[in-house]
Ligand binder design. Structure first.
Ligand code: TXA
Ligand code: MG
Length: 326
């Protein structure tokens, strides 16, 4: 049985984590699957519960940026600048690991992903726990990340000890990941809640896009973030022939576009279901994973998603949509 813990039960969660158990926690991005980052047995349970191959490294979550010096040997000023500018927040820094970081957590790598999440409950959990918690997204490997405690239970019931319920996630898609190798450029591995423009403004130098290269972050693999039904990405519903077994996820703008065609527009009819998300990419991101899960539950032949076209998080949303549809 997986227990659902309320905000007043942070102490319970800390106790489970101290004894090597697994507790999923809320963040501003998605729910993470928490375990003691200094306990290799607990880390092994995380891979087991998710069904994740052990070569895929885990992010370590910290309560405050000051703890970076315990987990990384970095002296890079850009790491300090980015941590100060964006933590707590949706940014993960890949840095050289310190000896404290177990190779079990990094999948054997000499680097470690670090992040201070922006969620009051989880910051309290981390502070009371007093050390780092690994936290991959709390879903079965390859599935859509969870943005509510109920999503976590849907994926991991019976496989983890508890989930701390902190309500729906405010950003809705995973953190931005950048790697900072000593003296090298800052490299983007996954777009997310902090934009490249924001990063470049903070450090005063370009951020290289590392997504085209070797698949260093597991999230770069096609087939990630995918529901079980096939996902088709389109620019508008327009003249598409959609059958009765198709689930549609569309933007408010998508509605307006098709309204110009008269009757059909404001209501897409003859399909299994229609979900509407805000046309701004940030609002779209917040609702996307819940919409994909809800569509998937209806066992559709296909999920048709109308792309958003603007907004601060457009790049990150299109990245996830492309992965879901490949
Ligand atoms: O927003 C997030 O980042 C969420 C919340 C819970 O914090 N966590 C998350 O973790 O998305 P996960 O494990 O699902 O995705 C982290 C990605 C994986 O693709 C992993 O391979 C990559 O980060 N990663 C972690 N450590 C790395 C490292 N040392 N080098 C390269 N990639 C790394
Ligand atoms: Mg994940």
């Amino acid at each position: 049985m997986t227990r659902v813990l309320e905000a007043c039960e942070v102490g319970e969660a800390v106790g489970i984590l101290r004894s090597g158990g697994l507790v999923a926690f809320p963040t501003e991005t998605v729910y993470g699957l928490g375990a003691d980052a200094s306990n290799d047995v607990a880390i092994a349970k995380v891979y087991e519960a998710k069904g994740r191959p052990t070569g895929h490294p885990l992010i370590v979550h910290l309560a405050v940026a000051d703890q970076v010096s315990e987990w990384s040997t970095t002296t890079d000023s850009r790491a300090r600048i980015l941590a100060e500018a964006f933590w707590p927040g949706p940014l993960t820094l890949i840095l050289p690991r310190s000896k404290r970081v177990s190779l079990a957590a990094t999948g054997g790598r000499e680097t470690v992903g670090l992040r201070v999440p922006e969620h009051e409950l989880t910051l309290r959990l981390l502070a009371e726990f007093g050390s780092g918690l690994v936290g991959p997204s709390a879903n079965r490997f390859g599935h859509v990340s969870p943005t509510t405690a109920a999503h976590v239970v849907d994926d991991l019931e019976g496989r983890i000890d508890a989930v701390l319920d902190g309500g729906p996630c405010q950003v809705g898609i995973e953190s931005t990941i950048v790697e900072i190798a000593d003296d090298g450029p800052v490299v983007l591995l996954r777009p997310g809640g902090v934009t490249v423009h924001q990063l470049e403004l903070a450090i005063g130098e370009p951020v290289l896009d590392g997504r085209g290269g070797e698949s260093r972050a597991a999230g770069m693999m096609a087939s990630h973030y995918a529901p079980s039904a096939a996902v088709r990405l389109v620019d508008s519903i327009g003249d598409l022939e959609l059958g009765p077994r198709v689930a549609v996820i569309m933007t408010d703008a998508g509605v307006r576009e098709s309204e110009t065609e008269g009757e059909r527009g404001s209501e897409v009819t003859g399909v299994l279901s229609v979900a509407h998300l805000p046309s701004d990419a940030s609002g779209f991101a917040r609702g996307l994973y819940a919409a994909l899960r809800a569509a998937d539950e209806q066992d559709p032949e296909e999920i048709v998603v109308v792309r958003p076209t603007s907004g601060r998080l457009l790049k990150a949303v299109l990245d996830r949509l492309e992965k879901a549809s490949s």
